[in-house]
Design a protein around this ligand. Structure first.
Ligand code: CA
Ligand code: CA
Length: 250
């Protein structure tokens, strides 16, 4: 089984039409996530990589997966943070998934867009071949955002947590790669526009998205002592604060 995954991962790089360099590896988290729109525990999100958005940086996201039932359900868990501290009806969080290595320049039926409108409404879209059409939210979707501080930034800003079963979708029921895009919009700062990952991507052109490029079967680092984990977390916090906080104008 591990060999099969390895071969799959090797083949990933040769089929990609996604934005170069915007790749995330899917990994199971070791920390329990509570979807409450904030860091519930000190290390809740310190077990996966931080991806940064904006130049200078104004946002970030983290991605991991979890299975409560021996891989029948595989939950994608996402953390998004944004240097926005104003509650506007026009604020948006945007998350796009689809088939990896896409060359399509418009969303197809294998693509999905999730959007949070004004911190109140979660909407799911499916590609039509030319754009997006509203569809039902995934069963068991759970999401929450709030104005809070975090280990990435002590200033008050919006933090979003999302969890849903990727097996609900055709792209998610197979192994990565998945096309993947994250974007954020602060309606109080229209001149800033959309902040996106990859930076020049748009929701309507999957060929420019990044990717969940591969799958790691590496075990959770059980060999690390709690003490070392805390040291690593502290380093991550120090680095995150240094690089995330400075550009913020909150
Ligand atoms: Ca939480
Ligand atoms: Ca706002």
């Amino acid at each position: 089984m591990i060999l099969a995954f390895s071969l799959l991962m090797v083949s990933v790089g040769t089929v990609s039409a996604a934005a170069a360099g915007y790749d995330v590896v899917e990994q199971f988290g070791s920390q329990t996530v509570t979807i409450d729109g904030k860091w519930t525990t000190t290390d809740e999100w310190h077990d996966t990589a931080v991806q940064r958005l904006g130049t200078p940086q104004t946002g970030l996201f983290e991605y991991k997966v979890n299975s409560p039932d021996s891989y029948v359900t595989i939950n994608i868990q996402l953390l998004l943070e944004f240097a926005d501290n104003t509650n506007d009806a026009g604020d948006r969080w945007q998350i796009c998934f689809g088939t990896g290595g896409e060359t399509a320049t418009a969303p197809t039926s294998g693509d999905n867009k999730f959007e949070v409108e004004g911190h109140t409404t979660f909407k799911t879209y499916v590609g039509t071949g030319t754009g997006w059409s509203l569809t039902s939210n995934p069963a068991g979707i759970s999401w929450k955002d709030s104005l809070t501080s975090s280990p990435h930034d002590p200033a008050t800003h919006y933090v979003l947590e999302v969890q849903f079963d990727k097996m609900t979708y055709s792209w998610g029921a197979s192994y990565p790669p998945y096309g993947f895009r994250i974007a954020m919009y602060d309606a109080s700062n229209p001149s800033q526009g959309w902040i996106s990952w990859p930076p020049t991507s748009t929701d309507t052109n999957p060929s420019g998205w990044g990717q969940i490029a591969g799958y790691s079967m590496d075990p959770v680092p059980e060999g690390l002592t709690v003490g070392l984990m805390l040291v690593l977390s502290s380093v991550a916090v120090a680095i995150s604060v240094r690089y995330f906080r400075k550009p913020l104008k909150l």
